[in-house]
Design a protein around this ligand. Structure first.
Ligand SMILES: [Zn+2]
Ligand SMILES: [Zn+2]
Length: 335
């Protein structure tokens, strides 16, 4: 199955406040129809926060969105990525080359280079995790075949010219933006904050519609890191959030609380599923955790990754233990 952008979806650009433009770019993913890049005026050009994905036709979508704001790719003076997922970083190489500008990004982007440089090895690693989780061989084989046909969504691997770490500031006409590490969704995730205007570029850390995603396998406890990152962002006191997907929103605190509640209830649910006395694989408990989501080839890998992230979080916090089972599977029970 080739990933193609829906024909009726077009890149669109709109001004949010003076000097801040939302570029809404289409994605080929079911349930996630588009992502946002943000252009912020800076001198005779703009700083581009995130880039959209690299896909057939995607450069034209970016150009169209910029044009609606009276901008061109050549006006970009700096590319800043909130994190190294393909929908936020995929077009970075294209923009950096055409605009002749720098890329700034957090140094923990190894989770992306796997997919961009050695897709087969990245798939093999994911299959190994799935096997440990107790996924049967047949769906695994189908997943591997499907995944091999997909391209990475990344134009080319381009390394950051500058490490986006606390202390670095991004200069724009609206003032300087400060950098805040917010791992959890991805190890490379940062949020950018403009203190005088209290604007937050939140990437995928905070979205208008509360939904969780964790990059599993690249850090000790993605769920715990995500919860800590919610505290980090709460302290900033943002007034307007410019998220990586969907519309801007002002009730930032309520979104932070919503995420905390969801993490709490999922953690309890996963703990409940392994508290019955029997040893269980991650795969076995997925349908109990997400009784409201239909399991499909599309949703299963994502739900399994999330369940594993919660099991790991329970283990790290001393509430679950794992033991080896048959065929390399890992079995879980409450501590
Ligand atoms: Zn992401
Ligand atoms: Zn995203």
């Amino acid at each position: 199955m080739a990933e193609t952008i829906h024909k009726h979806e077009l890149g669109r650009g709109e001004r949010i406040v003076p000097g801040v433009f939302r570029l809404r770019l289409p994605l080929p993913w079911p349930g996630v129809p588009h992502c946002n890049a943000w252009a912020v005026s800076a001198g005779d050009g703009v700083v581009l926060f995130d880039t959209g994905m690299h896909q057939p036709g995607s450069v034209a979508h970016l150009e169209r969105a910029l044009e609606m704001c009276d901008l061109r790719i050549e006006d970009v003076r700096l590319v800043v990525c909130t994190h190294a997922h393909s929908d936020h970083y995929g077009q970075a190489a294209t923009v950096v080359e055409r605009a002749g500008c720098e890329l700034w990004m957090h140094p923990n982007y190894e989770h992306m280079t796997h997919w961009a440089t050695d897709t087969d090895a990245a798939i093999a690693r994911r299959l190994e995790v799935a096997r440990q989780s107790g996924v049967p061989e047949e769906p695994l084989r189908r997943y591997a075949e499907q995944r091999r046909d997909h391209d990475s969504g990344i134009a080319a691997l381009v390394k950051p010219d500058r490490a986006l770490l606390p202390g670095v500031t991004v200069a724009t006409d609206l003032g300087a933006w400060t950098v805040h590490e917010t791992p959890g969704h991805a190890p490379s995730h940062v949020c950018l904050f403009q203190p005088e205007r209290r604007l937050l570029i939140s990437g995928d850390h905070l979205l208008g519609r509360i939904s969780l995603y964790f990059d599993y396998g690249y850090s000790p406890d993605p769920v715990g890191e995500f919860v800590h990152s919610l505290d980090v962002v709460e302290r900033l006191g943002a007034r307007l959030c410019l998220p990586g997907h969907g519309r801007t929103f002002t009730d930032v605190h309520a979104h932070i609380e919503g995420n905390r509640d969801l993490v709490r209830s999922r953690t309890e649910r996963v703990l409940g599923a392994i508290s019955g006395g029997e040893l269980r694989t991650a795969f076995e408990i997925v349908p109990e955790i997400y009784d409201d989501v239909r399991l499909s080839a599309m949703t299963a890998p994502w739900l399994l990754t999330e369940t594993l992230s919660f099991l790991l979080h329970l283990e790290v916090t001393g509430r679950a233990v794992r033991s080896p089972g048959e065929g390399g599977a890992e079995l879980w029970q409450a501590a």
